[in-house]
Design a protein around this ligand. Structure first.
Ligand SMILES: [Fe+2]
Length: 222
């Protein structure tokens, strides 16, 4: 699970202002099976003509964000939608569907549009421990789609967010972790080399680590 900033608080507020103008639908319409009975929120997806251009812009911002790309290796961003939890709104323990928009969902994410409410934490169950996340406006939490999770009841105010899924170029969490660790190590090596005067020459050339990184990315790609 990772929490990163995608938007400034001001830009998140701008998106929130636009979201408040949308006509929202009962979230149970997109829930399947048992999820219909545990979901209590309102949503607007790309089938909503007013939401569609906003969602397309946010999707572009996600694809353009280097940190988001590094954490998810997105092939496709799926089923992006606004979600609104008024006071009392919640989404009890569930697993997200393995398939969204006829693609395998590998990662789930929530982009927080406001933080001036009480309750409403995104709680994840990692088996041996649980984790509660309440991001600041403009932050995005990303986690593996297989993780059991819930949105706790909003006890005061209202919670606004966007949720979506990533169909990843690297489907397995352990494989993504390997290339992420290697990528971070490459950055550290690059920095160390740049700061060492004797290594200034040729510092921009690809290293063996770079080649290994590309080989692993290809090998792990689904
Ligand atoms: Fe969920």
């Amino acid at each position: 699970m990772k929490l990163i900033r995608l938007y400034t608080a001001e830009n998140a507020q701008r998106i929130l202002d636009a979201a408040r103008e949308l006509e929202l639908k009962d979230g149970r319409e997109t829930a399947k099976g048992y999820a219909k009975n545990i979901k209590n929120n309102l949503q607007a997806g790309s089938s909503n003509p007013k939401a569609a251009p906003l969602l397309a812009q946010i999707q572009k911002n996600l694809y353009d964000d280097a940190r988001f790309r590094f954490l998810t290796f997105p092939k496709l961003i799926l089923s992006l939608r606004f979600a609104h939890y008024p006071a009392g709104g919640k989404y009890d323990w569930h697993f997200d569907n393995a398939h969204m928009d006829a693609r395998r969902a590998d990662l789930s994410f929530t982009l927080f549009l406001n933080d001036d409410y009480e309750g409403g934490e995104l709680e994840m169950d990692f088996g041996h421990f649980k984790s509660r996340v309440k991001g600041k406006a403009g932050e995005i939490v990303i986690y593996d789609t297989g993780v059991r999770h819930r949105v706790n009841p909003v006890t005061k105010g209202e919670r606004w967010c966007l949720v979506g899924w990533v169909h990843s170029l690297i489907p397995l969490p352990a494989d993504r972790r390997i290339v992420q660790l290697l990528g971070e190590e490459m950055q550290a090596v690059r920095k160390a080399r740049a700061s060492a005067a004797e290594d200034q020459e040729g510092e921009d050339g690809p290293s063996a680590l770079h080649e290994i990184y590309q080989y692993l990315c290809r090998r792990f790609s689904g």
